[in-house]
Design a protein. Structure first.
Length: 267
């Protein structure tokens, strides 16, 4: 790897605190049952049969210090129709960097051989289809099922790091959600799970707020139009409970932001 290529990896860890990520992330690699991340990998493995009709190529790095040939052989057992596993000599864990041209040639050859000009557009799975918006929807907090949460990933969508500079908003949120610090959930008009998380910095009111969308861990997130619509509903709810914010102003800001007319809500 050249110095310039290495810089592409290192530039996102310029801050000293970023070293914590570098030091702790490898600990999540599941080597044996009970390790952090084991349950996630087991969940992925359970879905591998869904690839039974999908052309698959298995490559592995001969000098991989994390996942070597035993893991490639395990994948072959789970995906018997796959080509390979084929070794990439002189490569460690990041074989795309160590032997990029060789990896690229193997992939291109595989695609030409297995797909070629016969490729057809992939059918969109039902999970990716836009969900209809419920009529007469109102924000209502719900108790999230722990089993459901275990299969979801939290995507931060809105972050207000200085919530307490608007004390009237912070003080309105606290009784509305029932706490000064914590997390609570609701389902949007499209049926997606969201959460608002408040943080208390000891100033007598919530000091920070983050809104998360919770999506299936291994699936694409909903369309931007649906997310915008759901967040617009949330902003209208905040305007309704917080003094000093007019719902018509929220709608006007949405209009200036170029959000679709479909986001209009009845007064």
């Amino acid at each position: 790897m050249t110095e310039l290529e290495a810089r592409a990896y290192h530039h996102i860890f310029d801050e000293p605190d970023s070293d914590h990520v570098v030091l702790t992330w490898p600990r999540t690699i599941p080597i044996r049952q009970g390790d952090r991340g084991w349950a996630d990998m087991a969940r992925i493995e359970s879905r591998l049969p869904e690839l039974a009709k999908t052309p698959t190529l298995l490559l592995y790095a001969m000098q991989d210090s994390v996942f070597g040939k035993p893991y490639a052989d395990r994948l072959k057992q789970l995906l018997p129709h796959a080509e390979g596993p084929f070794p990439i000599e002189g490569a460690d864990h990041f074989m795309q960097d160590d032997r990029g041209p060789e990896v690229a040639r193997a992939i291109v050859s595989f695609l030409r051989r297995s797909v070629g000009s016969k490729a057809q557009p992939t059918e969109v799975s039902p999970g990716k289809l836009p969900q209809p918006r419920a009529e007469e929807w109102k924000l209502a907090f719900v108790a999230a099922d722990p089993d459901e949460l275990a299969a979801l990933r939290a995507d931060p969508l809105l972050v207000e790091q200085e919530l307490d500079v608007r004390p009237e908003v912070a003080e309105a949120l606290e009784p509305a959600v029932g706490f000064r610090a914590g997390r609570i959930y609701w389902r949007s008009a499209h049926g997606y799970l969201y959460a608002i998380e408040l943080a208390d910095f000891g100033r007598g009111r919530p000091s920070m707020a983050t809104v998360y969308g919770l999506w299936p861990r291994w699936e694409p997130r909903p369309s931007e139009e649906e997310i915008d619509s759901d967040l617009f509903d949330f902003c209208l709810w905040v305007a309704a409970i917080a003094p000093g914010i007019d719902t018509s102003d929220v709608s006007l800001v949405a209009q200036y932001a170029g959000l679709p007319r479909g986001l209009d809500r009845p007064e």
